[in-house]
Design a protein around this ligand. Structure first.
Ligand code: GDP
Ligand code: MG
Length: 178
């Protein structure tokens, strides 16, 4: 079976802050193209990316990913047959406690605007920078557990857990009505 999903950036026009720099665009680029470019300020502006995740039992999930420059606080997964977002991915940078605090704040937004039974993922990115780690994996896990979120640490740079992130997202997607 195949279900379609849309991985999108919510836009909240009146909210401060530009690119947060936690690595959202890099995660998407690594996942879709298998690339990481440390020198460029990556934002896949207005581009439309497609990637299919194969799950067990010959189930695939097609993600439609839109990475919106400077607007996104998190990426949200919205299957086409649902009105609200059903999965939201909140990303912080493990070397940056401020980004963790912001992530904890933004978690409430998809809960308000998404579907009532939204699934939330908390992602601690830049896991390759372990020597500079300031947000412990325990802090990430504890926060995720309290808020009934799925938690994972990733590195867009080394590819660590990037596919796992999208596989876990795909597994949690509600199936298309049959
Ligand atoms: P966004 O604003 O959340 O979309 O962040 P970007 O994807 O534009 O990344 C911001 C900066 O973090 C860029 O300079 C990237 O090269 C860097 N970056 C992103 N992911 C990683 C990672 O996993 N490890 C390291 N070391 N740097 C990363
Ligand atoms: Mg970006």
């Amino acid at each position: 079976s195949t279900s379609s999903g849309q991985l999108d950036g919510f836009s909240f026009e009146n909210v401060v802050a530009r690119d947060s720099g936690v690595g959202k665009s890099c995660i998407v680029l690594r996942f879709v193209r298998g690339q990481f470019d440390p020198s460029s300020k990556v934002t896949i502006a207005a581009s439309f990316l497609l990637e299919t995740v194969a799950l067990q039992e010959s189930t695939t999930v097609k993600f439609e990913i839109r990475d919106i420059a400077g607007q996104e606080r998190y990426v949200a997964l919205t299957p086409l047959y649902y009105r609200g977002a059903v999965i939201a991915v909140v990303v912080y940078d493990i070397t940056n406690p401020h980004s963790f605090n912001k992530a904890r704040y933004w978690v409430k937004e998809p809960q308000k605007h998404g579907s009532p039974d939204i699934v939330l993922a908390l992602v601690g990115n830049k896991a390759d920078l372990q020597q500079k780690q300031e947000v412990s994996i325990e802090d990430g896990m504890n926060h995720a557990e309290k808020n009934e979120m799925f938690f994972i640490e990733t590195s867009a740079k080394t590819t660590y857990n990037i596919n796992q992130l999208f596989e876990e997202i795909a597994k949690r997607l509600p199936r298309a009505p049959s």
